[in-house]
Design a protein around this ligand. Structure first.
Ligand SMILES: [Zn+2]
Length: 66
């Protein structure tokens, strides 16, 4: 099964019976992300979550001080 990374457009081939290929088969092919981009997105999402948590915590502290 041929796939293309939606982020960097690198072409890749998946084993037809791999679990990822089975998942993608029921979805548009452009949902594929290569491992490099997947990892980058995952790290960015983690960072953003941490920032959001920090801001929530910060707002809460301000409210408590008032
Ligand atoms: Zn990629």
């Amino acid at each position: 099964m041929k796939v293309q990374c939606v982020i960097c457009h690198v072409h890749d081939t998946l084993e037809d019976d791999s679990s990822l290929a089975k998942k993608l088969r029921n979805r548009p092919i452009h949902t594929y992300m290569c491992p490099k981009c997947y990892e980058r997105i995952r790290v960015n999402t983690e960072k953003r979550k941490q920032n959001e948590n920090f801001h929530l915590f910060h707002d809460h502290r301000k409210r408590v001080d008032f």
